[in-house]
Design a protein around this ligand. Structure first.
Ligand code: HXC
Length: 515
């Protein structure tokens, strides 16, 4: 090969490494943002990156595009390793035409989507783009459809993570929304379908970019973001961490790391976690943290529907999914948003073979006109659908209230849960004592000489009968009443048994989940 040939290749490669050029790289840094390649260097294990499509350029000549041709065309794509495990990656390069999405970008993303799906390896996208490349018109719009299609076909087969580093505007938001987890960098990213200017023109509403589509909005209000990081480096570290809980694809078991926390470790503090006052709040995350392997709990969507808690953890080194009611928020009642949050996480765990541990302390579904009008019936049904459909090992632990619909919905044995434990503080009943007594003993109360004293006596009797786990254990709805302190060893042993569980659903094209 002549020096000339090698020289041309090297020059093109160097041009690709420069992205949009020194000036735009400086602008990117001045915005507090890293470049696509700097981000990939943080994401991927050292020396593991294999780039594809570095020399691709767009084929447009409209609107002066001839003069704006950059090798790579605003996106870096390829393969690498994260903690030694293979992954496919793309990183949009804002220094090239604002990372705008072109036909060539689409081809490059689709190429690695196809290869990732065929090879059964996770796909991670680092997003930083002004959306559809305006100069390419409908060609860039159509190109999104190719990416969306592949997002959907890969869903539930390989993990797909979206890390938001900069803008993500317009229909472009739907690719991240189709992936399994959206991680936003708090300092640099935002997502919206229509921006502040369009909203002002159409509805007259005034809103800033941050208040419309900033990470705090998506973390707490819309539920679009699953994790928010303080900055880009942390967002990337979160993506690496999330992958450590997931298998490479849906045919693999949940990953195990070398156990580092004694499986028989007991925690006496759990015996006093549930307060004596049955209506007093406590933080169920204290139980999750104490029961899981040390420092293994990664909460997902912590600020959205905080009356429910979902996240990844480990037990004896094995990755698990955890779902819980949160008595510290709205007494742990289930509402529309909590139902969506729980149902989606169940499906994520089930798709990727993570056993599900459910901690139950729920007074029921939240009563209210707004909830009924908002469709709490169909949203709540998602929890039931997801638990019933899930074939992974499922274990529930009733820590306190499992009242009415929440007893059934939160991983009850009738919904194919494998094992049900209860703490001695568990209360399993159709409804609360006062309400039940007023219905059951209406006539007696009306005739009583001292209605208040009679009601108190009926309440006491009702509570004695139902507000404990022993009636449910007596009839086999609860497999075992356990001391809170022994929950960890119990769960470790139960999962050891269930690890080889095989369960199938009837063959079907797909069910009709109440979405
Ligand atoms: C072409 C674009 C571009 C785009 C940005 N640029 N967005 N070029 N197509 N969509 C270019 C800018 O012209 C600029 O070029 C460079 O990228 C950097 O952009 P700035 O505006 O200087 O950056 P900043 O101030 O940070 O603002 C970022 C921004 C803004 C808020 C994203 O660029 C913007 O509003 N862009 C348009 C967003 C948009 O409406 N996109 C279409 C959405 S509709 P120079 O040469 O000056 O450096 C859509 C439909 C998808 O995406 C449908 C899928 C189904």
């Amino acid at each position: 090969m002549s020096d000339n040939h090698l020289g041309t290749l090297r020059a093109l490669r160097e041009a690709a490494l420069r992205g949009g050029g020194a000036k735009r790289v400086d602008q990117q840094h001045a915005r507090g943002k890293l470049t696509a390649r700097e981000r990939l260097a943080l994401l991927i294990d050292a020396d593991s990156f294999q780039e594809l499509g570095a020399l691709a350029t767009h084929h447009s000549s409209d609107f002066g595009m001839d003069a704006q041709r950059f090798p790579g065309d605003g996106i870096v794509t390829g393969f690498g390793k994260i903690n030694g495990r293979r992954v496919a990656v793309f990183a949009q390069d804002f220094t090239v035409l604002g990372g705008s999405f072109s036909e060539v970008q689409s081809h490059k993303i689709c190429r690695i989507q196809d290869l990732a799906l065929e090879s059964g390896i996770p796909l991670i996208g680092l997003n930083d783009s002004g959306g559809a490349r305006i100069q390419e018109g409908v060609r860039s719009l159509a190109a999104y459809g190719e990416v969306f299609t592949r997002n959907v076909l890969a869903s539930g087969v390989i993990p797909q993570l979206s890390v938001m580093m900069g803008p993500c505007a317009g229909g472009a938001v739907y690719s991240p929304a189709l992936t399994d987890l959206v991680i936003m960098s708090a300092t640099t990213s935002y997502m919206f379908l229509t921006g502040p200017e369009v909203i002002r023109a159409v509805t007259g509403e005034e809103v800033s970019i941050a208040d419309l589509g900033g990470p705090l909005v998506h973390a707490a209000r819309s539920g679009v973001a699953h994790l928010v990081a303080v900055g880009e480096a942390e967002a990337i570290a979160m993506a690496r961490l999330v992958l450590s809980y997931l298998p490479q694809n849906n045919t693999e078991d949940a990953p195990q790391i070398a156990p580092y926390d004694a499986p028989n470790r007991m925690d006496e503090a759990l015996n006093t976690l549930v307060p004596g006052d049955e209506n007093a709040p406590y933080d169920i995350r204290d139980a999750i943290v104490a029961i899981g392997d040390y420092d293994s709990f990664l909460e997902v969507q912590p600020d959205y529907a905080a009356n429910a808690v979902v996240g990844f953890a480990r037990l004896d080194g094995y990755a698990i999914g955890v779902i819980a009611n949160q008595p510290a928020v709205m007494a742990g009642a289930l509402d529309i948003d909590a139902s969506d949050k729980i149902a989606r996480f169940i499906r994520l765990c089930d798709a990727f073979n993570l056993p599900i541990i459910t901690f139950v302390d729920c007074p029921g579904f939240l009563p209210g006109v707004a909830q009924e009008y908002g469709g709490v019936i169909r949203h709540g049904a998602k929890i039931i659908y997801a638990y019933c459909e899930a074939t992974v090992p499922k274990i529930s632990v009733v820590t306190r209230k499992a009242i009415g619909g929440s007893y059934v919905a939160m991983s009850s044995k009738q919904m194919r849960s494998d094992l049900a434990f209860a703490w001695p503080t568990a209360q399993i009943a159709v409804m609360g004592a006062e309400g039940a007594v007023r219905i059951l003993f209406r006539e007696q109360l009306a005739k009583a000489e001292d209605p208040a004293a009679a009601e108190a006596e009926f309440v006491r009797a009702y509570r004695e009968r139902f507000f404990n786990p022993y009636h449910a254990a007596d009839i086999g709805q609860i497999d075992e009443v356990i001391e809170p302190s022994e929950t960890r060893p119990r769960l470790v042993r139960a999962l050891e048994v269930l690890r080889t569980k095989v369960q199938h659903n009837p063959p079907k094209k797909h069910g009709l989940m109440p979405i």
